[in-house]
Design a protein around this ligand. Structure first.
Ligand SMILES: *[C@@H]1O[C@H](CO)[C@@H](O)[C@H](O)[C@H]1NC(C)=O
Ligand SMILES: *[C@@H]1O[C@H](CO)[C@@H](O)[C@H](O)[C@H]1NC(C)=O
Ligand SMILES: *[C@@H]1O[C@H](CO)[C@@H](O)[C@H](O)[C@H]1NC(C)=O
Ligand SMILES: *[C@@H]1O[C@H](CO)[C@@H](O)[C@H](O)[C@H]1NC(C)=O
Ligand SMILES: *[C@@H]1O[C@H](CO)[C@@H](O)[C@H](O)[C@H]1NC(C)=O
Length: 156
């Protein structure tokens, strides 16, 4: 059996930690959304597209639907958009870069059927984990709140 005093001392520390993490997370998010310079980002994105275009011209156009042939350039292109978005203090991905990337997709992959392009899906285990983490966090918070209110009932 645990001494009850031990648990009572742990709880405020835990709440302080949760509070600290949330405060840090929210301030970080606010600071980054503040100053997204969309015009700067839109100015820089075409350079990424141009680089990708030049690279794709070196690839046989019959192989444009085979992702393994150009995954390196595509990766570089995605990183380029991410870099430019972040440099303009914008989140990545964001609707404007998505629109730009979709335009590039139309230019090169409009004739590819989804069967031919082998986009890589994350394995099921990773998807399930990604879904389960927020669910479990929510459960943990609810349990904590219920547990706290029960304890204050007993203490009063
Ligand atoms: C955004 O970037 C442009 C250059 O593309 C610059 O002229 C403008 O001053 C920037 N705006 C802000 C708010 O930094
Ligand atoms: C795609 O390209 C790779 C490397 O050249 C090749 O091994 C593979 O068979 C190709 N896949 C298709 C579906 O053409
Ligand atoms: C990725 O792109 C940058 C320029 O945007 C270039 O300097 C670099 O060599 C490229 N890397 C690869 C692996 O193609
Ligand atoms: C990052 O953005 C600033 C303007 O905010 C610009 O002067 C600088 O050249 C950019 N750096 C890169 C690597 O694009
Ligand atoms: C798609 O096919 C059309 C008609 O065959 C052709 O004109 C066009 O250039 C092709 N686009 C790409 C990206 O291969």
């Amino acid at each position: 059996m645990e001494a009850p005093g031990y648990r009572r001392r742990q709880l405020p520390v835990l709440l302080l930690c949760v509070n600290g993490v949330m405060t840090l997370g929210f301030t970080g998010a606010c600071q980054r959304t503040n100053v997204c310079n969309e015009s700067l980002m839109l100015e820089k994105l075409p350079a990424c597209g141009k680089f990708f275009e030049d690279m794709m011209k070196k690839v046989d156009s019959k192989k444009w639907c085979n992702l393994t042939e150009f995954i390196m350039y595509y990766d570089n292109f995605t990183q380029c958009t991410e870099h430019e978005a972040k440099n303009a203090s914008c989140f990545w991905p964001n609707p404007l870069t998505e629109g730009f990337i979709t335009g590039i997709h139309k230019q090169f992959f409009s004739n590819c059927t989804s069967e031919k392009v082998h986009w890589e899906d994350p394995p099921d285990e990773i998807l399930i984990t990604l879904i389960l983490i927020p669910v479990m966090l929510t459960c943990a918070m609810i349990t904590l709140v219920v547990w706290c209110s029960k304890r204050s009932d007993i203490l009063v």
